[in-house]
Design a protein around this ligand. Structure first.
Ligand code: C5P
Length: 297
């Protein structure tokens, strides 16, 4: 018996850091939303009690360092599950990119195992367990659109942003989130985004206002290390993006456009200039449908 779960990528429409906390983490305020670019997680029931993991991508660890593996191990331990699982990750989301690929794989593993192992946990309970794995995992458990506060685990749901296209461009290299936060000097942040203005823009389904209020205080930090981020932003604007921003700790830059033809123009303009380029739809809600069922082989 096996279950498949989609693990969608997220982008940050805003990312603000309020202060550094005594526990070493940063107090955040972020507006995040899911986009239609997803990994697929197959969870295959095994009769032995161990957890094994494989991925279509050689870029992610295939052992206990993988966040999906950790999610399975934590759930097994907390709930005293005797069964095992083989996790297969079909990787489509760029790795170390600021798109929460690893966190979303962990979240999808929690959702899927909740069904495969018949645990009966609510999404809130899964999100609470997910918070022990990583700060973005609770958002990824719920998916959709939300304001995330605290370390990232305190979530307030929002309606989806209006439909549009999201062009994602990732430079050839990845970025370590811990490294970016480590270099951030909170007292030297020049411009904080307005979380409130972004919330209002989303609630009003106002595409122009959403573009106007995009902001990420980690962007200058990552740009300093990787100047390509600035160049990609400039190119995206040149090719007609309505708004551009780096997502999370980067280095992926996204551009928003209304029309598919313009999204294609951006993709063509950026191809060859940076590592990976995709045009995907803004999703803003959880995936529904065909994958959300148990299958028997
Ligand atoms: O929670 P997660 O393990 O995904 O975070 C990775 C790193 O990012 C942390 O070790 C920390 O350095 C940094 N971080 C932070 N404040 C947050 C979230 C992450 O400083 N709210």
């Amino acid at each position: 018996m096996y279950i498949s779960e989609k693990a969608p990528a997220k982008i940050n429409l805003t990312l603000d850091v309020l202060h550094k906390r005594p526990d070493g983490y940063h107090e955040l305020e972020m507006v995040m939303t899911t986009v239609d670019l997803a990994d697929r997680i197959d969870l295959i029931h095994t009769s032995h009690s161990s957890i094994t993991l494989e991925s279509s991508s050689g870029l992610v660890p295939q052992d206990e360092r993988n966040l999906a593996y950790r999610a399975a191990a934590l759930l097994k331990e907390k709930l005293g599950v005797k069964d095992g699982v083989h996790i297969y990750i079909h990787k489509h989301i760029p790795v170390a990119a600021g798109l929460a690929g690893g966190s979303s794989d962990a979240a999808a593993t929690l959702r899927g195992l909740n069904r495969l192992w018949n645990l009966g946990l609510s999404d809130d309970q899964l999100a609470e367990i997910g918070a022990e794995i990583g700060s973005d995992v609770p958002f990824c458990v719920h998916a959709g659109t939300a304001v995330a506060r605290g370390r990232g685990e305190i979530l307030t749901p929002l309606p989806p942003p209006p439909p549009c296209w999201v062009v994602l461009a990732k430079p050839g290299h990845g970025v370590s989130t811990a490294d970016v936060f480590g270099r951030l000097q909170v007292d030297q942040i020049e411009k904080h985004p307005s979380t409130e203005a972004m919330i209002e823009a989303i609630q009003n389904r106002d595409y122009e206002e959403i573009n106007k209020h995009l902001g990420n205080v980690l962007e200058p930090v990552t740009m300093e290390m990787h100047p390509e981020v600035r160049k990609i932003k400039e190119k995206m604007l040149q090719f007609g993006a309505d708004g551009v921003l780096m997502s999370g700790s980067g280095p992926t830059v996204f551009g928003l456009v209304k029309k598919e033809a313009r999204a294609k123009r951006l993709v063509n303009g950026l191809k060859g200039f940076c590592g990976q380029v995709f045009a995907v739809r803004m999703l803003g809600v959880r995936y529904q449908g065909v994958l959300d069922q148990i299958r028997t082989k």
